[in-house]
Design a protein around this ligand. Structure first.
Ligand code: PLP
Length: 456
């Protein structure tokens, strides 16, 4: 231990913690925000300042930061059976019940569930499962993975390779065999004069041509978020999933819906694939699964993949994969409660009820501003994109760090929102009241007006 330990919480955070996904100039200038507790959708820092967290933590704290029922479910399970694994033919009763529940609330008639500790691990495990499956079915070359630019599927070596973000180049990623298709963002990527339908058709053609070029028997699977979350809240272009699903089916390529953000109510329905009306072969869940109270991810296999994977496992008598804490009884007990809270205590309903107000409020802000180029989103996930010039969609100079400045100004006003590229992301907890939504919209607009006056 060094002799002169720094005194403030901010300095102590700075001295001993390595920040992940953090804009260092902002923390160097402003210090870290060190939090002690939460009340509803608010979090409170070591200086007693309150912030309305319009990002639900990291999309996951959908029931807010002090939900009594969830904490009680955790405490009760810690008292009853505080930990176990799911190997060697043993698992907790909570694990059995959660798998039943996940299949029941899934869009699948039947299925099987596999547990991980995070969304990244769930995607990573799904890739291993597909590699294993195809090899077992006599197609060991069927290993390439298709995703899209701007997709976010996690940070482990494989899930980072699936993620379509330029920052992964600092790790020498993606690995070979991970192919990124065009991001289905019409406003930003449409060609001159292209209609929404033509744009979608072009992306569908690109998918078909890519599969033909690479060879269908070299492609293990296609992964997509219903709405891209960390890519900047990008809903699919018009008819996107209807256009691509038949192509994947035709070539025998499994479609995996990464519902780590969209699952359990974020888009207004239980699953994003229901909102956009497609049937995947498997669903990846995490984040909302435990309402943020426990690190947990899950793969939910639909009937066909469940049967095929099971048959492949029967052949070698064991699926040689799993994590020490897979299917942890406390995590499962919390997830069972979280699903009940979201689906039966009015949280998902609140998203459906207040989404139109959120959209209208943000649209009004966009219309009053000369520097918001696009509003996009659905349910309780929205982004406003800042532009220098609305007509040409020209972005602000990157050196101005406009979205960071907006987010920092919001923080000063007691509102937490997230800068993503040149966008500001708002994805509040599902418990948000109308009054709290008004507070969010007012503070956001105040920050936008202030920052645009400084930079424009
Ligand atoms: C957050 C996220 C992940 C990764 O989850 P972690 O728990 O952070 O590993 C994967 N996919 C999507 C869509 C996500 O938003």
């Amino acid at each position: 231990m060094p002799m002169n330990k720094p005194q403030s919480w901010e300095a102590r955070a700075d001295e001993y913690s390595l920040y992940g996904f953090t804009d260092l100039p902002s923390v160097h200038q402003r210090g870290a925000v060190v939090l002690t507790h939460g009340e509803g959708p608010y979090v409170i820092d070591t200086n007693g300042r309150r912030y309305l967290d319009a990002n639900s933590g990291l999309w996951n704290m959908v029931a807010g930061f002090d939900h009594k029922g969830l904490a009680e479910a955790a405490k009760a399970q810690y008292d009853r059976f505080p930990g176990y694994h799911a190997f060697f033919g043993r698992m907790s009763d909570q694990t059995v019940m959660l798998s039943e529940k996940l299949v029941e609330v899934s869009p699948f008639e039947r299925g099987r569930v596999f547990y991980t500790n995070s969304g990244s691990e769930a995607n990573d495990s799904m890739v291993k499962m597909l590699w294993f499956l195809h090899a077992s079915e006599g197609k060991p070359e069927k290993r390439k993975i298709l995703t899209r630019w701007n997709a976010y599927h996690g940070v482990t070596t494989v899930s980072a390779s699936m993620t379509g973000k330029p920052y992964n180049s600092v790790f020498g990623l993606p690995l070979p065999g991970f192919i990124h298709l065009t991001c289905p963002h019409y406003w930003r990527f449409a060609e001159e004069g292209e209609t929404k339908e033509q744009f979608t058709q072009r992306l569908a053609r690109e998918l078909d041509e890519t599969i033909e070029r690479e060879g269908p028997d070299t492609i293990a699977g296609f992964f997509a978020e219903p709405v891209m979350g960390a890519g900047g809240v990008i809903p699919p272009s018009e008819g996107y999933f209807q256009a691509i699903m038949p192509i994947l089916r035709k070539h025998g390529i499994p479609m995996i819906s990464d519902e780590v953000i969209c699952g359990f109510g974020r888009t207004g329905n239980t699953w994003g694939c229901q909102t956009y009306d497609y049937m995947p072969d498997a669903i990846i869940s995490s984040k909302n699964l435990t309402a943020g109270l426990f690190p947990m991810g899950a793969i939910i296999l639909g009937p066909e993949l469940a049967d095929r994977v099971q048959a492949a496992v029967e052949k070698i008598e064991e699926f040689p994969h799993g994590f020490t804490a897979s299917g942890h009884p406390v995590g499962c007990a919390i997830a069972l409660k979280a699903i009940d809270v979201v689906m039966n205590e009015g949280l998902a309903q609140n998203v459906r009820d207040l989404a139109p107000k959120m959209e209208a409020g943000l649209r009004a802000i966009m219309e009053r501003s000369d520097h918001i180029g696009e509003l996009r989103g659905i349910g309780f996930m929205w982004a406003l994109e800042a532009v220098k010039d609305k007509a040409t969609k020209q972005p602000f100079d990157g050196s101005l760090s406009v979205s960071e400045r907006i987010a920092n100004t919001c923080t000063d006003l007691g509102l937490i929102c997230r800068p993503l590229g040149q966008s500001i992301v708002l994805c509040p907890p599902f418990i948000l009241t109308e009054a709290q939504m008004d507070e969010m919209l007012e503070k956001l607009e105040q920050a936008l007006v202030k920052v645009f006056a400084e930079v424009a």
